[in-house]
Design a protein. Structure first.
Lengths: 643, 331
């Protein structure tokens, strides 16, 4: 890879870009964006009034509720009496001392709306009172404490960390003791005990903290600024993740525009054999890919930096967010790499749209679903967005948390780029194979054909005493399994994030996902190799391939135990998902179980699939199914003895 | 076919997301269990009174806060509330310290319940002090039942489900037009005895037709699920009109730019922008759908439907006109 050539291709991509975005388009796009920014404040302020006039109410002038009804936009005032309620012309009829509501869900909903609007109305009116003590006689400090004695046995590695990190926050935790928050606990809201009586208006949007309507972005700024929840009871905001939601959309949505453009540019290289010109020029494909990606990556980063900096400026009134920008980087890379691979798979723009939508949906949920639980638990750290949310809440972020959160997507994007690059060859780029065929092609890319010395093995040969060239293919197979690990991890993490809320059954569901994903990761490339006739068809070869793949997987998995050491030990489900079962027991036994049993498992299951892959598609499917069952059985046994 | 696939995929995902959102939106609907609260301090009598008014909470009196916290640590109670009366400006004020679990899935539920409990306490306290207030607070009506999804279902879920297909239809039109142009397959179509207008018509009508079908299926599913939806035909007409508008935008961009990337980029921007700018209207299209569905439609609502339909037809004819004047060679 030569930087100069890479940069030149990047420059072309920006300026010429094979039918790039012309000036006119840029102008229109900019105008549209500018108008868009004008609209955003409206939407953010939650005053869209989507429920305007939803309920029809007839109210008597003398009733104490008439002012309430008039102040609430969801009510449309109509004329009518009890008969109108019966005939369904209005939902509520309010007369002094009596409220009649239609006996339908809508009637009940209207009645509930009335209740909540009375609350809001009262709070609004009471704020005008001179005697604020009488108006707001109760002041609350809400304290998020860690509850001891829960799942003690499942915590493995965090006891030391807890002591060292818990002093990060100030405040008058008068009775801290063992329940003090630890840095990694996800207890986001501080506990500073200064009660400010009532919420002093936050500088940004909407400070009345009610936010109970459908749009409900209310209290967005407030929940960042006031660390502890204090004030009148109605000011308490349950740790509901609207802010994460808004953030996720702010950060992730621009990426979707980005990948559309990026996917187009990659695919347009492939349609009409346009990319052939670059391919035959004296640059490596990595230069081409790097050059084509660089502008989008930089553009994306600039965009994200602006958004993050803007957020910090808007919420804290000062620039910041360095860690957040770092945390968003893997996300940008992940979006780009997935789109790259998708564009290498797709045959037409329509397929590309399908692929892009899939990517958008999957990755958005990856970034977004765990971030929903920012206030809940360690699960949140699966998504790098959580780091952003936490930095916005001016919390400390441990290095280990950062690593845990950003490494999987980073490695995963590496895998995607690698696999895509494997396809960036003349014979694959312009060929109209189906998606399935292309996936197999991509997997076969790194496996060398028989004979010859490769780049890595060539070097290794000169260092090692033994000649390992004959083993190249096995090494490649094992290495490819290792390379697929980040992907396996991301899928498993996503599965944990999605399923952990389901309770008991989630462990089993996650184990199923684990078995399926891991077995596929261990065997799919072996199958691909067989379909391409790369391996001799003997059973011995198949067994060796299986062993290679299993060993590779085992090694990578143990290296990847960092996941367990950092974030998730508090979650039983995560244990089940990531460790393949490790029992804290007597040292010898632990070592045995830690090392030997999983190794055996991976080797055996990979060998089963490999033997099946040798024969053909149907046999492969059966064999993988069998391997998954074995894997699932093993995991279930381990987990049931553990828990 | 692929179009339908995409739409189904998105639909599936969005419904999944919606279920997730609703359960977060109203955590109490998920978990109906009882919240155990330990109470200590000098205002406990009032708190106990308040707790009788709130459902799903049971209150234990504990002598001191430390004892209560011990119970909390053992997991015997879900939350601890300690109260004290403090003097403030000549009168007394109730200072409440509430402890809730930091990381627990039930936290949201617990906090919501605590809020309800404390709001009730606040109400009782206010009643005691009503003499000091210039204006007595309006009484909150009694509870009658719960249907908290109602507003959400109609103002957010339903419009989301109905407008997404419309948005995607336009996007697919962009794709299929620009693809024909870029790959040169338009040539092939042109040698057959169809005009450019026919081609555009064919693509547009197909995409316009598919969105109301999906919308209809969604509404039937919602109905099946017990959510009554009124004025289905009017809503379908409205969705068709919106889809026509997005398709018109898509077609125009596709034909004018002739390049997928630009057209798609502009399309997504314009679509978002147009949807945002509908805020200027007296009634947002989402509210139009909501009002129609719950049968609260006014003359304004009907006016919107008519106006959108007229606009859609007018613009579509305009685009047709434009395309028929285009020289197909120039594409």
């Amino acid at each position: 890879m030569r930087p100069r050539k890479l940069l030149r291709i990047a420059r072309w991509e920006v300026t010429k870009n094979a039918g790039g975005v012309d000036r006119q388009t840029v102008v229109i796009a900019l105008v549209a964006l500018a108008l868009f920014t004008l609209v955003v404040p409206f939407v953010m302020s939650g005053e869209t009034g989507l429920d305007e006039g939803l309920y029809r109410v007839s109210v008597d002038e003398d009733s104490q509720f008439s002012a309430v009804v008039e102040s609430e936009s969801a009510f449309a005032v109509r004329d009518g009496d009890v008969k109108a309620v019966e005939s369904g012309d209005v939902e509520l009829y309010i007369e002094p001392g009596l409220i009649t509501f239609a006996n339908t869900t809508k009637g009940v909903a209207a009645y509930e709306q009335l209740q909540s609007s009375v609350d809001r109305y009262n709070n609004r009116e009471l704020r005008q009172e001179v005697n604020q003590t009488a108006a707001f006689p109760v002041s609350v400090v809400l304290d998020y404490r860690e509850q001891g004695g829960l799942g003690e046995s499942l915590r493995i590695a965090d006891s030391e960390d807890e002591e060292s990190e818990s002093s990060a926050e100030t405040g008058d935790d008068s009775d801290g003791g063992e329940t003090e928050r630890s840095g990694e606990s996800g207890a986001t809201d501080g506990t500073d005990g200064d009660s400010s009586g009532e919420s002093d208006g936050s500088p940004t949007l909407d400070s009345d903290g009610s936010g109970s309507n459908g749009g409900g972005i209310g209290g967005f700024g407030a929940s960042f600024n006031e660390e502890s929840v204090s004030g009148s009871p109605s000011d308490i905001d349950p740790p509901f993740p609207f802010q994460s939601l808004v953030l996720a959309f702010l950060v992730v949505i621009p990426l979707n525009f980005l990948i559309q453009a990026y996917g187009s540019t990659i695919l347009s290289e492939r349609t009409n054999r346009r990319g052939e010109l670059l391919l035959v020029s004296p640059v490596s494909r990595f230069d081409i890919i790097g050059g084509k990606t660089l502008p989008y990556f930089l553009g994306g980063m600039v965009l994200e930096s602006v958004i993050v900096a803007g957020l910090f400026l808007a919420i804290h009134g000062r620039p910041g967010g360095f860690i957040s920008i770092l945390a968003v980087t893997p996300l940008v890379l992940l979006f780009l790499s997935a789109t790259f691979l998708g564009a290498m798979f797709a045959r037409s723009f329509k397929e590309l749209t399908f692929v892009t939508v899939t990517i958008t949906v999957t990755l958005t949920s990856y970034a977004f679903v765990p971030a929903i639980f920012t206030d809940v638990g360690a699960v949140a750290l699966i998504s790098p967005l959580t780091l952003l949310v936490r930095e916005l809440q001016t919390e400390t972020i441990a290095i280990s948390e950062f690593v845990f959160s950003t490494t999987p997507p980073l490695l995963c994007s590496g895998v995607f780029f690698g696999l895509g690059a494997g396809l960036y060859r003349e014979e694959d780029m312009f060929d109209q194979r189906s998606l399935r065929g292309r996936v197999l092609d991509a997997l076969v890319g790194p496996i060398p054909a028989t004979g010859g010395t490769g780049w890595i093995t060539g070097r290794l040969d000169s260092i090692l005493p033994v000649n390992i060239t004959p083993l190249r293919r096995y090494i490649a197979v094992g290495g490819l399994t290792v390379g697929l690990i980040p992907f396996v991890f991301v899928v498993q993490l996503l599965a944990i994030a999605l399923l952990f809320a389901l309770g008991e059954i989630s462990i089993i569901l996650i184990l199923i996902v684990v078995a399926v994903v891991e077995e596929l990761a261990k065997s799919l490339h072996i199958y691909a190799g067989y379909t391409h006739g790369l391996f001799a068809s003997g059973r011995r070869t198949a067994l060796f391939l299986g062993v290679a793949s299993g060993v590779g997987f085992f090694i990578a998995e143990k290296v990847a135990l960092l996941a367990q050491l950092v974030g998730l030990p508090e979650l039983a489900v995560a244990d089940a998902g990531l460790q393949g079962g490790i029992i804290p027991g007597p040292a010898g036994l632990t070592a045995l179980l830690f090392l030997f049993a999983p190794l055996l498992l991976h080797v055996v299951t990979a060998a089963i699939s490999a033997v099946g892959a040798r024969r053909g598609k149907r046999e492969y499917t059966l064999a993988v199914g069998l391997a998954m069952l074995v894997h699932l059985g093993y995991n279930l046994t381990v987990v049931s003895t553990l828990v | 076919m692929l179009a339908i696939c995409i739409q189904l995929f998105i639909a599936g995902f969005s419904s999944f997301l919606v279920v997730g959102l609703t359960s977060l939106y109203d955590p109490q609907s998920v978990d109906g269990s009882n919240i155990e609260v330990a109470v200590s301090g000098d205002v406990e009598q009032e708190l106990l009174e308040a707790s009788t008014e709130v459902q799903g909470v049971s209150v234990q009196r504990i002598a001191t806060r430390d004892d209560a916290l011990e119970l909390f640590d053992n997991g015997d109670v879900d939350a601890v509330i300690s109260t004290s009366s403090i003097p403030a400006g000549g009168a007394s004020k109730v200072q409440v310290e509430a402890a809730v679990p930091a990381e627990d899935l039930r936290t949201t539920l617990i906090v919501v319940t605590i809020r309800e409990l404390l709001t009730e306490l606040e109400r009782l306290e206010r009643v005691d002090r009503v003499d000091y207030l210039e204006q007595a607070p309006v009484e909150v009506p009694q509870d009658v039942g719960s249907s908290s999804y109602f507003g959400f279902t109609y103002t957010i879920l339903l419009p989301l489900l109905l407008f997404l297909p419309a948005f995607i239809s336009g996007s697919i039109v962009v794709d299929s037009l620009t693809e024909e142009i870029e790959q040169g397959t338009l040539e092939l179509l042109r040698v057959s005895p169809v005009s450019l207008v026919d081609i555009v018509d064919g693509k547009a009508v197909g995409m316009i037709a598919i969105a109301p079908i999906q919308a209809g299926v969604w509404m039937l599913l919602l109905r099946f699920n017990g959510t009554s939806i009124q004025n289905m035909w009017l809503i379908l007409l409205f969705v068709t009109a919106i889809t026509t508008l997005t398709v018109v935008v898509g077609t125009t961009l596709g034909v004018v730019t002739g390049q997928r990337r630009q057209a798609q980029l502009l399309y997504s921007l314009l679509a978002v922008l147009l949807f945002g700018s509908t805020l200027v209207l007296p009634e947002h299209p989402a509210s139009t759908v909501a009002l129609l569905a719950v049968d609260s439609a006014t003359i304004v609502t009907l006016g919107h439907v008519v106006a959108f339909t007229a606009l859609a037809i007018g613009l579509y004819l305009l685009v047709r006109q434009y395309v028929s004047h285009l020289d197909a060679e120039s594409l």
